[in-house]
Design a protein. Structure first.
Length: 190
C-alpha cells in the first residue's frame, strides 16, 4: 500500500507544479518514488506475475502522466516514440529498487539515488541532443547539451535524495522510536 502512495506522490509531484504555475523548482519524486516502489515488488519465486502486473500498472500511470503533461501542460503533440526511452528508464529504476533495495541500507539508498538520477541525466540529455536541433551533432555539441542540463541534474539529484531518504528513512526512524518507547516502558522505575 505504501508503495502505491509513493507512486501517487511521484505523479502528483509532476502534475501539481503545473497546476499552481510553479514549475521552476524542477523537484519531482519520480526517482525516489520508483526506487521505493521497486523495492516493494516481490522477487520471490512464483510471484513474478504479480511483480510484472505491478510494474505494468506503474508504467501505465506514468505514461498517462507523460501524455497529460505533454498535451495539456506543455501544449505539444504526443508521440510515443519520444517517450520509449523514458518508459524504459522508469522500468529500470523500479528494477534497481527491486534488486538493490529489497534490504535497504543507507549505502544502498545512496547508490540507488545516484544510479537513478545519473542515468536519467545521461539518457534524457543524450536523447535530447539526438532528437532536437539545438546542439550540433558533434562531441562538443553533446558536451554543451550536458553542461546546459547540469542545473536540472542537481535538482533531480536533490529531489531524488530527499524523496528516497524520506521513503526509506522514515519507517526506520519510526521503528527506532517505537523500540525506544517500548524499552522505556519495560525499564524499572528508580
Amino acid at each position: 500500500m505504501l508503495a502505491y502512495f509513493a507512486l501517487l506522490l511521484a505523479v502528483l509531484s509532476r502534475i501539481l507544479p503545473h497546476a499552481f504555475h510553479a514549475v521552476g523548482w524542477n523537484f519531482t519524486a519520480i526517482g525516489g518514488g520508483l526506487l521505493f516502489f521497486g523495492s516493494r515488488m516481490s522477487i520471490a519465486p512464483g510471484r513474478t506475475g504479480q511483480s510484472f502486473a505491478k510494474l505494468a500498472a506503474a508504467l501505465a500511470l506514468l505514461a498517462a502522466t507523460d501524455y497529460y503533461l505533454t498535451v495539456f501542460a506543455y501544449g505539444y503533440a504526443f508521440h510515443i516514440r519520444e517517450y520509449i526511452v523514458t518508459w524504459v528508464w522508469y522500468a529500470a529504476v523500479c528494477l534497481i529498487g527491486m534488486d538493490l533495495l529489497q534490504k535497504p541500507t543507507a549505502l544502498r539508498v545512496v547508490a540507488g539515488v545516484l544510479a537513478s538520477s545519473t542515468s536519467f541525466f545521461l539518457l534524457s540529455n543524450f536523447m535530447f541532443w539526438i532528437g532536437w536541433p539545438e546542439y550540433p551533432r558533434t562531441l562538443a555539441g553533446l558536451g554543451a547539451c550536458y553542461t546546459a542540463a547540469l542545473p536540472f541534474y542537481r535538482n533531480d539529484l536533490v529531489s531524488t535524495a530527499v524523496t528516497a531518504g524520506a521513503l526509506f528513512g522514515l519507517p526506520v526512524l519510526a521503528a527506532k522510536i517505537a523500540e525506544t518507547l517500548q524499552a522505556a516502558q519495560h525499564r524499572p522505575l528508580a
